[in-house]
Ligand binder design. Structure first.
Ligand code: F0G
Length: 351
C-alpha cells in the first residue's frame, strides 16, 4: 500500500509547478466518487457523488490551496490573506501552518458556520469578522493584498483554479471517460470555472472524447448569475454560497455556454430536502451548500432539462460536520432514558 502523494505530485505535468516549487501539501485530493444508488434509481440516471468533504480540511478548497500556498512559498511570501464564507479560511489557515506562514482571514460577521470558524481559530489564523457580507470581505482582502505584503489566496488567484481543476481529472480517470452532465454548487464561481478548465483540458488533449455539460446551481436568494445582476443583500441558509457578486461571474457563464449547460437557482427548501436525502439515502453527510448540486439534479431531471439515462456527477463540496445545526434542527429531539434495559427497549420500540 502506498500513500496517495497529494494532487500536485499526482498531476504535476498538468500544473504550473517546477522541480523547485516547494510543495505544500496535506495529501489532498483522491476523494471518493461514490455511486449514488438511491439518486440513480430516483432519477433514472447513473449518478455519482464526488465527495469533496473527504479532503483534509473537509472541503474542495484544499485542492486550490495546496497550489496557491505552494506558489506563494515559491515566491517567498510570508503571509497570506483571504475573504471567506468559511471553507477557504479553514483551508488557508491549515496550509499556512504547513508552510510556516501567517494567515489573515476576513469573514462576514455572524454568517459563517461554527465548525469553519473553529478551524480557522485552531490553526492560529488572524481572524477578522467584518460588518458586511462576503462580497465586502473580498473587496477588502483584495485591497489589503495590493497595499501590504500579503498574498491573496481567494479563487481570483489563478493557482487556486489550477489546483481545483484536478477534481475533473480524477473523475475522468475513475470513470474512464467524462460524465454527460456535471452538477455543481455556485457561489463565487471559482469551482465551476475550475471543473470546466479541467474537463476541457482532458478533452482537448484527447484523454477523454468530450467534456460534460456543466449544470451550476446558486441559492435562490443569492443568485446573481441567474438574475443577471448583482444581489446587494444575498440571503440563504447555505452560508457557503451566500454571495451576491461572484468574482468569476463571466467565467462561470463561459463554462455554461461553452458546455451547453445551464446555471439555475434552487430554493433553500430544495437545498434542505436534498441535504436530508443525501444523508438518509446515500449515507453521505454534506453541508447545506453542497446539496445545491443534488437539488439541481432533481429539479432538472423532473423538468426534463437533464435527460434520463445520463451519466451525472454531482460535486458535494463540503463536509456536513462543519455546519451541524441543520442536521440537528431537522431531527427529532433525542429521548433521555435511565440506565435501564427495559426503558431503553420501550423508547426504541423494541418492547
Ligand atoms: N460549496 C461550499 C461548501 C463552499 O464553501 C463554496 C465556496 C462553494 C460551494 C461555492 O464554490 O465559490 O467556487 O463557486 N466557498 C467560498 C469560501 C466562497 O469562502 O469558503 P465557488
Amino acid at each position: 500500500l502506498t500513500q496517495w502523494p497529494g494532487l500536485i505530485e499526482a498531476y504535476r505535468d498538468r500544473l504550473p509547478v517546477s522541480a523547485t516549487t516547494p510543495v505544500v501539501t496535506l495529501f489532498e485530493g483522491n476523494t471518493p466518487l461514490v455511486p449514488a444508488r438511491a439518486l440513480s434509481e430516483q432519477t433514472g440516471c447513473e449518478v455519482y457523488l464526488k465527495v469533496e468533504g473527504a479532503n483534509p480540511t473537509g472541503s474542495f478548497k484544499d485542492r486550490g490551496m495546496t497550489m496557491a500556498i505552494s506558489k506563494a512559498a515559491e515566491e517567498g511570501a510570508q503571509a497570506v490573506i483571504c475573504a471567506s464564507t468559511g471553507n477557504t479560511s479553514a483551508s488557508a489557515a491549515a496550509y499556512a501552518v504547513r508552510a510556516g506562514m501567517t494567515c489573515a482571514v476576513l469573514v462576514p460577521s455572524g454568517k459563517i458556520a461554527l465548525g469553519k470558524l473553529a478551524q480557522a481559530l485552531v490553526h492560529g489564523a488572524k481572524l477578522l469578522q467584518v460588518d458586511g457580507n462576503f462580497d465586502d470581505c473580498l473587496e477588502l482582502a483584495q485591497k489589503l493584498a495590493v497595499d501590504y505584503p500579503v498574498s491573496l489566496v481567494n479563487s481570483v488567484n489563478a493557482y487556486r483554479i489550477q489546483g481545483q481543476k484536478t477534481a475533473s481529472f480524477e473523475i475522468c480517470d475513475v470513470l474512464g471517460g467524462a460524465p454527460d452532465v456535471h452538477c455543481i454548487p455556485v457561489g463565487n464561481a471559482g469551482n465551476i470555472t475550475a471543473y470546466w478548465l479541467g474537463y476541457r483540458e482532458y478533452a482537448d488533449t484527447g484523454v477523454v472524447d468530450a467534456a460534460p455539460r456543466m449544470f451550476g446551481f446558486q441559492a435562490a436568494g443569492a443568485a446573481p448569475i441567474v438574475m443577471g445582476a448583482p444581489v446587494a443583500r444575498p440571503t440563504t441558509i447555505a452560508t457557503a454560497i451566500r454571495i451576491g457578486n461572484p468574482a468569476s461571474w463571466s467565467r462561470a457563464e463561459a463554462a455554461r455556454d461553452e458546455s451547453g449547460g445551464l446555471i439555475d437557482a434552487v430554493t433553500d427548501k430544495q437545498i434542505l430536502e436534498a441535504y436530508r436525502l443525501i444523508a438518509r439515502s446515500e449515507a453521505v453527510f454534506v453541508e447545506p451548500a453542497s446539496a445545491a448540486s443534488v437539488a439541481g439534479l432533481l429539479m432538472t431531471v423532473a423538468d426534463g432539462r437533464l435527460p434520463r439515462g445520463s451519466r451525472v456527477v454531482c460535486t458535494v463540496t463540503g463536509n456536513g460536520l462543519k455546519d451541524p445545526d441543520w442536521a440537528i434542527s431537522g431531527a427529532p429531539k433525542p429521548i433521555t432514558v435511565p440506565v435501564d434495559g427495559h426503558a431503553a427497549a420501550v423508547s426504541l420500540g423494541l418492547a
